[in-house]
Design a protein around this ligand. Structure first.
Ligand SMILES: Cc1cc2nc3c(=O)[nH]c(=O)nc-3n(C[C@H](O)[C@H](O)[C@H](O)COP(=O)(O)OP(=O)(O)OC[C@H]3O[C@@H](n4cnc5c(N)ncnc54)[C@H](O)[C@@H]3O)c2cc1C
Length: 278
């Protein structure tokens, strides 16, 4: 195992010039250290990045909130900028792991690790977040929605990393918000089903609905078919059998140690009902 601690971004990119599919970044270490300890990652090149100031911090840039990839959950929970602009996002992260884990776990690590259960991802999906992905020679901005390609895989090349997460400053404005994480306990809970939702209502009809689920597919995703079906309908016009049918097309729940797929499916349907009724 090779460990590298670059002094700055230049040093970081010098170490990333060659493609290397055994290269990993160590930000908070809460995922990667477990994988190293369990032998899932071995003979790898590990680059420490948490200290790099270009990857840290929260700023307002024009109409966006820009969160450095190695900003940790505690820093987001304590941020005045997030409190004033994205209070739903901030509030929802209170249920992330435990206060101790929050001081290490980073937002970029949560996304890049690519777990189906990553809490941050469904929230960022309904907030229409984008990622700034950088290499030595290129910066590209991509929608988070287009980032994942499969279970724990994404569009990044091995000479790229996430520099920041970009969220429209007004992403929550005018919306009723919903975030529910269902699991076996309150603290250190890995979710069985997560639903994030935004809706607004005019003249009793849902004018905009945004829904994203976690733990139900190989990666968290938006429920576009259901969103489209619900839009411009009032609650009494909604046929929940149709919602269930569409959900069946959009999710592929699995049975694992934490839960079985039928349970996950029914919980998700109930969460959507609750979200619409609240
Ligand atoms: C006890 C426990 C409880 C947990 N509870 C939760 C929970 O409630 N909710 C939840 O969502 N997660 C939970 N997790 C998982 C973990 O804490 C999060 O996924 C965390 O956000 C990962 O961030 P990190 O900085 O620790 O990532 P690291 O472990 O440092 O890195 C993880 C992966 O991301 C890559 N990476 C890191 N930063 C970047 C970057 N900027 N660009 C590109 N790639 C990068 C690394 O190469 C590595 O593959 C838990 C973990 C543990 C051990």
């Amino acid at each position: 195992m090779k460990f590298i601690r670059p002094n700055d971004m230049e040093g970081l990119f010098q170490n990333m010039e060659e493609n290397n599919d055994r290269r990993y970044f160590l930000a908070g270490g809460t995922d990667i250290n477990v994988q190293i300890k369990n032998g899932v990652i071995k003979n790898a090149e590990i680059i420490y990045i948490k200290h790099l100031k270009e990857l840290n911090g929260i700023q307002i840039v024009k109409d966006d909130i820009v969160i450095g990839a190695v900003t940790n959950i505690t820093e987001i929970l304590n941020s005045k900028i997030i409190k004033e602009n994205l209070p739903f996002f901030q509030r929802s992260l209170e249920s992330f792991a435990s206060p101790l884990l929050q001081t290490s776990a980073t937002i970029g690590g949560n996304i890049a690790n690519g777990s189906p259960t990553a809490d941050v991802v469904p929230l960022l999906l309904v907030l229409d977040a984008k990622l700034e992905i950088v290499s030595k020679t290129q910066t590209r901005i991509i929608e988070l929605n287009n980032f994942f390609t499969g279970y724990k895989t994404n569009i990044m090349k091995t000479n790229e990393l996430i520099r920041s997460i970009i969220i429209p400053r007004k992403a929550e404005n005018g919306f009723d918000t919903y975030f529910e994480k269902v699991g076996s306990r309150k603290s250190l809970m890995i979710s069985k089903v997560t639903l994030a939702g935004l809706k607004n209502i005019s003249h009793s009809k849902f004018t905009t609905v945004k829904l994203a689920v976690g733990s139900l597919n190989e990666y968290p995703r938006r429920l576009y078919k259901i969103e489209e079906y619900l839009t411009d309908k009032s609650l009494i016009e909604i046929n929940f059998l149709k919602v269930e049918e569409l959900l069946n097309e959009e999710i592929t729940p699995i049975t694992d140690l934490r839960s079985d797929k039928e349970y996950r499916y029914h919980v998700c349907v109930n969460l959507i009902r609750t979200f619409l009724n609240e």
